[in-house]
Ligand binder design. Sequence first.
Ligand code: AMP
Ligand code: MG
Length: 275
Amino acid sequence: MTEEYTMEMDTDRLRVRPGTKVRLDDIDPGEDGGLDKATGKERTKELRAELETLQEMLYVDGRHKMLVVLQALDAGGKDGTVRAVFDGVNPQGVSVTSFKKPSTEELAHDYLWRVHQHTPRAGHIEIFNRSHYEDVLVVRVHDLVPEARWRKRYGHIRAFEQMLVDEGTTIIKLFLHISKDEQLERQQERIDDPAKRWKFDPADIEQRKYWDEYQDAFEAMLDETSTEEAPWYVIPANRNWFRNLVVSQIMVEKLRALDLRYPEPEFDFEGLVLE
Ligand code: AMP
Ligand code: MG
């Protein structure tokens, strides 16, 4: 094992500092951290093993809740990230909610109504595949509600997430950053490969025309809602293996920081020998 091999990456540089203006054009989606793919994959495997242990501890400890928010454009790699990073965890303590176009019932309520009921319970990790952020992304880009309404949502979201944090939830928000060319390649692959066609939505062709508007909406989301306690990370995501490595490492770091432990026994086990 070389020195570099065991060294962990600095993920904090990917965190969006509150009060800064993010320019996605200045962040390279093709970054590889100076690693080669084989090394990256090996490292991810180790981190995943640690993640499995930590998730088990989170479940047993039962005091903390963890919410992971995944946002990206179509073909940005949200599903792939969930599959790759949470591959080996105990399904008893991890769930995924995918937020689609709201139903009539959901639209009849405020936009956080459908979200709040899926926030994690104690001991659990909840992954949001899309989230309440769609209500300042697709909604903003396509004027689904008037600007005066979506503008106020950044403030609501900050307050909502702060409440979750105050009540014991760790929030990790991951924006998967891909280039326009990479998206094109992935969408073409979905058309060409019969096994991937089910993922292709003809509406995605139309969406591509709004690339710049989406980049603006993502930048505003990052500027407005990355807080000290519920930070956004911009993940360079053109290379799947690098994205998986970074996300695994962030997950492991956040779980390590919780200082997880087994609950105090309610029974005196001292010297007990079963016969
Ligand atoms: P997918 O994740 O590929 O299954 O696509 C889900 C679709 O639902 C995407 O086009 C999202 O933009 C859309 N969607 C999710 N949340 C909302 C929302 N709050 N308002 C409108 N569209 C949404
Ligand atoms: Mg899709």
